[in-house]
Design a protein around this ligand. Structure first.
Ligand code: GRF
Length: 215
């Protein structure tokens, strides 16, 4: 099976991008990253791409008056790089339904919470404020709804009395770096797929998200 071409959208440090690069390098993820696109210049994710000799581009959303034009520029670059699967990895722009419709079943996002709890931003502080006992991360298919697509796999971490947002984020990030490459490998090898807006795992529809701790 020829390896799938990934397009990775980033906006910041790129630690999830790095974990994907590493797992591809180690051979546990049968894919190629054909491009990395950031909406922000000079972010470390671009340096990670450069080091890994991956074509990388900045498409600055502030250069476009209309979201539609920004998204058209994204789509053009992804098409030029023959992207099969779109990976959002710390990408901080909301994408419209018309854009995501191009990648239904072929795009993933990782979110730092146990969805459907805590969609949106600042999830670690919000988990602390809500005195939740556990927190974690979720990989889901991208839909037109922000952080709302069908969830594939989650990983949990305990919230410790000594935690602040920084320490909690670091513990969640470690789990992100495990579950994201795994989900990408599953999608590339068709171990998971989306049908009728449901996640199928080994040809069986998931009743609820898979949990890393139970695999
Ligand atoms: C991560 O917590 C990720 O879940 C969120 O953005 C944060 C930074 O990701 N989407 P990265 O280090 O840029 O991959």
């Amino acid at each position: 099976m020829t390896s799938k071409k990934l397009g990775v959208l980033v906006s910041g440090g790129g630690t999830n991008l790095q974990s994907i690069i590493d797992q591809i390098h180690f051979g546990s993820c049968n894919a190629d990253i054909s491009c990395v696109i950031s909406n922000v210049k000079d972010v470390y994710a671009l340096k990670r791409a450069e080091t890994a000799k991956i074509p990388n581009f900045v498409i600055d959303h502030k250069q476009y008056e209309l979201r539609l034009d920004f998204e058209q520029a994204l789509l053009k670059q992804l098409e030029q790089n023959n992207v099969d699967i779109l990976i959002l990895a710390g990408f901080m722009r909301v994408l419209s339904e018309s854009f995501t419709a191009n990648f239904i079943g072929k795009s993933l996002n990782i979110h730092p919470s146990l969805l459907p709890a805590l969609p949106g931003l600042h999830t670690h502080q919000r988990a602390l404020n809500a005195q939740m006992e556990k927190h974690g991360c979720s990989v889901h298919f991208v839909s037109g709804e922000l952080d709302g697509g069908p969830i594939i796999l989650q990983a949990s971490v305990p919230i410790l009395s000594t935690d602040d947002a920084h320490s909690l984020a670091a513990r969640v990030l470690e789990k992100e770096h495990i579950i994201y490459p795994r989900c990408i490998q599953w999608l590339c090898s068709e171990k998971i797929y989306l049908k009728n807006n449901r996640v199928y795992f080994q040809d069986t529809p998931l009743e609820k998200p898979l949990q890393l701790e139970q695999l």
